[in-house]
Design a protein around this ligand. Structure first.
Ligand code: NAD
Length: 491
């Protein structure tokens, strides 16, 4: 099985021989039908991928459930060795993975390479934890017995990943789950199945036993997840995606009380206080907003600037945004790639219309880029409280909004006035102000004088409608472990 590339879609797709099947129980399989994967920079079909259904997903669950006991009882050192071998294979293939990622997601090659590096950092970090997982031992409070707490893998887990960070999301979820001793079924995003396939193939080639990791591609996500979620052998769902789909999955998890972790939408406020380093703030805001064409859950959607520095900041921010080059991610010097699909680009256009209808002032951009591919201009609006209803929607798009805050308290009020609570940012030269403001922000993460935060050792996640649980760090592994308490009589 390999990618089917029409002539114009670069020799690249042909050069990288990517598996296009489902991976179940250690074998790559075709499905009855296929679906096309597009290059969003050209609109061309770059591959036809096996379209799995509920029956395939249940077979993947059979395989995961069958492999669970042996995987859980494999000696930690042996499991860690497999991880290290897989990490080596991924490193060897990292250039190819980045190219395939750019081909199917459109993100600039430099961003794809950075994502590969970060993803492998997560995988390595989990590998290093495997032999260090431990429990606790304590004396019972009434004497005569001991309290031993161990941590058991939750069990077979369904991992549902989005398209915007195709390698990071699978590496972060599967890395934690597999390190904890869980077997997994990965449900890729239909826009970016090829990057997931390369990850899974690397684990296969490193010697991960059949059934430990399974991969299902589908255009019927709802039916596939419903079938797996209703099966009592499934013990965990870990989802990254929109809040709407996350809520639907929580409803599916409820009858069987399936353990759930949810990394959902965000609506990042980016606060610039009156004493901030404005050059730094503008530079970081541009990266934080327009990276991945604005299609990031942690993007700086709502830039909130103290009115005393609003003009100076806005001038810098607009100048830096004007310097961004939009185009095919394979071309040198490109900063902003395409929107993931034609449908998504249409939604971006609707958001712009809504902002205009709400009398937000357009400062830059606002239009799709004509020609092949699904490009949209980096866009900036000035907003006020009257436009809040629109700006409280997740701007999963290259659209930034700037709000002038009358005070620090007003900035915090505006920042918290959202149902989301994922990433937030504060720029100030005063560390005690930074802490005081952070403590008032109802967000799972606060970047202080920095617009990029992801790190393998950090707990990544949100509060409110942005999710449940954390990914990364020790907390990320704990999501896939259940404490077990042993009460032991000691005379
Ligand atoms: P999405 O919710 O549409 O899809 C995410 C995944 O869920 C995909 O694999 C999709 O195929 C699948 N899916 C869709 N409908 C489903 C259903 N009914 N049942 C089961 N699975 C279903 O989101 P998206 O458009 O792919 O990604 C963008 C969203 O993801 C944004 O809201 C963004 O903020 C969020 N996101 C969050 C994080 C985070 O860590 N918090 C990271 C990246 C993206």
């Amino acid at each position: 099985m390999s990618t089917v590339a029409p002539p114009a879609s670069r020799a690249l797709a042909r050069r990288h021989d990517v598996r296009t099947g489902l991976f179940i129980g250690g074998d790559w399989e075709d499905a009855a039908t296929t679906f096309p994967v597009l290059d969003p920079a050209t609109g061309e079909v770059i591959a036809e991928v096996a379209n799995g259904g509920p029956v395939d997903a249940l077979r993947a669950l059979d395989a995961a459930a069958g492999a669970q006991d042996a995987w859980r009882h494999m000696a930690p050192r042996a499991r860690a060795d497999l991880f290290h071998r897989a990490h080596g294979v991924l490193v060897e293939r990292s250039a190819a993975i980045a190219e395939v990622m750019t081909l199917e997601s459109g993100k600039p090659l430099a961003e794809a390479r950075a994502e590969v590096e970060l993803s492998l950092g997560f995988f390595l970090w989990y590998a290093e934890q495997i032999a260090h997982l431990h429990g606790t031992y304590a004396e019972g409070s009434r004497g005569g017995y001991r309290i031993i707490t161990t941590h058991q893998p939750v069990g077979p887990s369904l991992l549902i990943t989005p398209w915007n960070f195709p390698l990071l999301m699978i590496a972060r979820k599967a890395g934690a789950a597999l390190a904890a001793g869980c077997t997994v079924i990965v449900k890729s995003a239909k826009e970016t199945p090829l990057t997931c396939a390369l990850f899974v193939e690397a684990l296969q080639d490193a010697g991960f036993p059949g059934g430990v990791i399974n991969l299902v591609h589908t255009t019927g996500s709802a039916a596939v997840s419903a079938a797996v979620m209703a099966d009592p052998r499934l013990r965990k769902v870990s989802f990254t995606g929109s809040t709407a789909v996350g809520s639907a999955l929580l409803a599916q998890a409820a009858p069987g009380v399936v353990n759930a972790s949810m990394e959902l939408g965000g609506d990042g406020p980016f606060i610039v206080l009156d004493d901030a380093d404005l050059d730094l703030a503008a530079e970081q805001a541009v990266i934080c907003k327009f990276r991945n064409a604005g299609q990031a859950c942690v993007a700086a959607n709502r830039i909130i600037v103290h009115e005393s520095v609003a003009d100076a900041f806005t001038e810098r921010f607009l100048a830096a945004t004007r310097r961004l080059t939009v185009g095919n991610g394979f071309d040198p010097g490109i900063d902003v790639g395409p929107i993931i699909s034609a449908a998504q680009r249409e939604l971006v256009g609707h958001l712009v219309d809504e902002l205009r209808d709400a009398d937000a002032e357009l400062l830059l951009g606002g239009e799709p880029v004509p020609g092949d591919g699904f490009f949209f201009q980096p866009t900036v609006f000035r907003v006020d409280d009257a436009t809040a209803a629109v700006t409280r929607k997740e701007l999963f798009a290259p659209i930034a909004t700037i709000y002038r805050a009358t005070s620090t308290a007003d900035a915090i009020r505006f920042a918290n006035d959202t149902r989301y609570g994922l990433a937030s940012y504060v720029f100030t030269r005063d560390v005690s102000r930074a802490i005081a403001v952070s403590e008032r922000l109802e967000f799972g993460m606060v970047g202080i004088n920095r617009g990029i935060m992801a790190d393998p050792a950090a707990s990544f996640g949100g509060v409110k409608s942005s999710g449940l649980g954390r990914e990364g760090g020790h907390d990320g592994i704990r999501e896939f472990l259940e404490p077990q308490y042993l009460a032991l009589t000691v005379n």
